[in-house]
Structures are given as C-alpha cells and as structure tokens.
Ligand binder design. Sequence first.
Ligand code: SAH
Length: 439
Amino acid sequence: MRHLPIFLDLTGRMALVLGSGEPAERKAAPLRSAGARVAMRMRFDPSDLTGCVIAIGANAPDSDLQALSQAAQALGIPVNVVDRPELCSFISPAIIDRDPITIAVSSSGTAPVLARLIRGRIEALFPPAYGRLAAMAERFKLEIRRQLPDLALRRRVLERLLTGPAAELVFAGREPEAEALFAASLKEEPSPGGMVFLVGGGPGDADLMTLRAQRLLGEADVIVHDRLVGEGVLDMARRDAERIYVGKRRANHCLSQGDINALLVRLAQEGRKVVRLKGGDPFIFGRGGEEAEALAAAGVAFEVVPGVTAALACAAQARIPLTHRETTRSVTFITGHTKEGRLDVDFAPLVALGGTIAVYMGVVSLPQLRDGLFAHGLDRQMPAMLIERGGTARQRGLRGTLDRLVEDGPAWSTGGATLVLIGKSVERGIHAQESHIPI
Ligand code: SAH
C-alpha cells in the first residue's frame, strides 16, 4: 500500500483552493460538502495558508502551484496539486458519496482513469439508497443497543436487517414500511427471514439488465431460472449461489407452475434469499403474477424487479419506434399462446386501435392471428416483422406482410425466442441496408 487512506474531518476548518474556473470549482465542491470553509485564490500568497488544514491547487500559474506545494509541505499542511504528483503530499481518491457512507478509490496515482472506472462499478453496486439505509440504521442505533446488549447477536441481527426485506423496502423507496418492519423485527426473536425477488433478467444480454437486478443476483443464496435467461445474465450470480433450472418449453414443461410456486415458498421459508429470474419482465407473459399470488398467500415477503421486455428490446435493436407521434398512438402486447388450439384474442378493438401490436409466443399461431386480424379489417399490406433473439448479439429479423411471414417464417426460423411486431411503425424501422445491425 503506497498511501494511507484516511477520512478527514473538515467541519468548520479552513481549506485553500488555489486556481480558477471549473477545475478549481470541482476541487472546492467536495471540500464544501465535507463542511470546510473554502478560501479560493487565483494567485498564491503564503499568508493564505494561515489557519488552513488542507490545500489544493488546480488551474493556476505553475510558479504559484510550486510555491503552494513547497510552503504547505514546510508547514505540514496536506497539499494536492491536480495532475502534478511531484507537488502532492496526498492524492485525492475517486469518491462514491452515499452519505453517511463514503467509499474512496485510489490507484495510488498510477491510473486515475481506472480508479474512476472502478468507482463506476461500485456506484452501480451501491445505489444512492444505501445512504438512506445507513441513515435509518443510525436512527435506530440507541434502540438496537438497548434491545440487544450482546454484541455478537447485535451484529447478526443488524446484518440481517441491512440485507433483508427492510433494506429492500428502503431501496424500493418505501421507507415508512421499512422503518416499521425494522422496528418490529428488533422486538422479535431473530428468526430466519427469507425473501423472494421476482426479477426481470431482460431479453438476454447482461447489460440490458437493471442495476437492481444485477445487485440482487450478486446477493442471492439461490437462483431459480428458466430457459429464456441468457448465460451472461447468470454470470452475474454469486459464485456459490445455488442455481435451480425450472425451464419451460411449450408442451414440454420441466416443472409445473404449481411446483415452481411451491418451490419458491419452500426456499423462502428455509430463510434463503431467492431470486426468481425470468426473461424480459416478470409481469409480462411471465406468469410472475401467479408466483406473486402464491407467495402472498403463503405469507412470504417478496419484491418485483422490472426488466426490459422482449418487445422493447426487439424494437430498439431493429430501430422500430413502437409509437410514433404521427402514425402510431398505441402499442399493445398480446400473446399468441393457444388454449386447446384456440387463440383467445379480441381482434375487433385491436384492429380499431390502429397501433403497434407486439405478439409474444406468436410464431406457432401466426396463421390464425393473421386470419383473425384480416377478418376484422386489418390492411393486408400492413407491415410486420419477426424478430428472433431480440436484444442480443444474435438478433435476426424478417420483414414483410403477414402473408409473407406466415409463408416464409417457418423456414427462416432457427428456433430462438421470436416476437412478432405488426403495424405502421414497423415500416419506420431503419432497415438493415442502412445500418450495421444484424437484421
Ligand atoms: N416475460 C418475457 C416474455 C415471456 S413469454 C418478456 O417480458 O419478454 C415468451 C415469449 O417472449 C417468447 O415466445 C417470445 O415471443 C418472446 N421473447 C422473449 N425473449 C425474446 C427475445 N429475446 N427476442 C424475441 N422474442 C422474445
């Protein structure tokens, strides 16, 4: 370790910033946040250091910066000059401010860009709400001491509170509920409190997942996932987390929905932090609603984390605006799933709406879908598109009228998850010839 990290108390203390403009302002801001009284000077005068406990130089004439460094070091005042390591007695870290939690990252001056990249990763890991969580723990400090005199027990309970359902409520912006839960669980005997997260994993590529989903994957004890979840997504999981595959394929179910519901309830009741990871969004044709009902009925705490649903990912990558001010005022998500061979779609209002139609699980029933739409007056020339593996590097597209897609679709398909988009806006998509996107 080349430098010792410390956190300096600057409340009410004097700080000198030598320099002007944006670079100097950028240095003054965190000093002020830490409660320092900041004197800003364009030129250096040794008397400026009187009473100062820290000095920073940024964007000032070189001779002034050198004089500042020398004078400050002679007086034992920590000094930093931006981009001039030879003039520094301390280096300033990249800061993640989750007040009262502060994380400082340093590359010992060797690679500040890397330090900033690392800061970005850490910021993603600890959302701003961590500060609110720490503040809540602070508010309960006395109460916790009073209720739990034993230090080891106090630690265990605190750890559980800070990573369990109460913490998740804080992250979800439901602080009053979190406080109530936090208070209630302090009074109870510590019991294992499992929880289930119904998490949207997005369309496949890991970087289309939300930061919240990534964080939960890194924290989960067990991950229950199915076929639509991409490999890169699962790579985000904690190495030692248990993974349970409950994949479903049409007419070839691994586990029935009832079995999955029961599994989630059982895992939570064992006190585990469970992530139920689903492709896209858990509440769009993902049967997340049924799982939520089963969890609620069993009294298991759960949260839902949204994900980028297939229609949004496919449209974005194919550059098809799902709505458009001039031509397309609505978008409807429907399922082409059939029950006993019958398609349950209310065609008349769908055609009347005149917007974009996104059909999930619609490839097999595409002929019926086409017939129904045409029978209710849809223009036979209405543009449509099949998009396979949307939102991933392997996305493919087939554009044409519904007649053409019905005819050519089966031979074109390579068996990946496929969405059907129908509507005027499909025409507005930027076509393959004009882009480098593999459509
Ligand atoms: N909850 C998921 C949808 C599950 S239903 C979501 O929000 O995206 C499964 C159907 O979604 C598939 O049959 C297919 O129509 C569609 N789908 C899911 N992922 C897809 C992808 N990457 N590309 C195209 N369609 C996809």
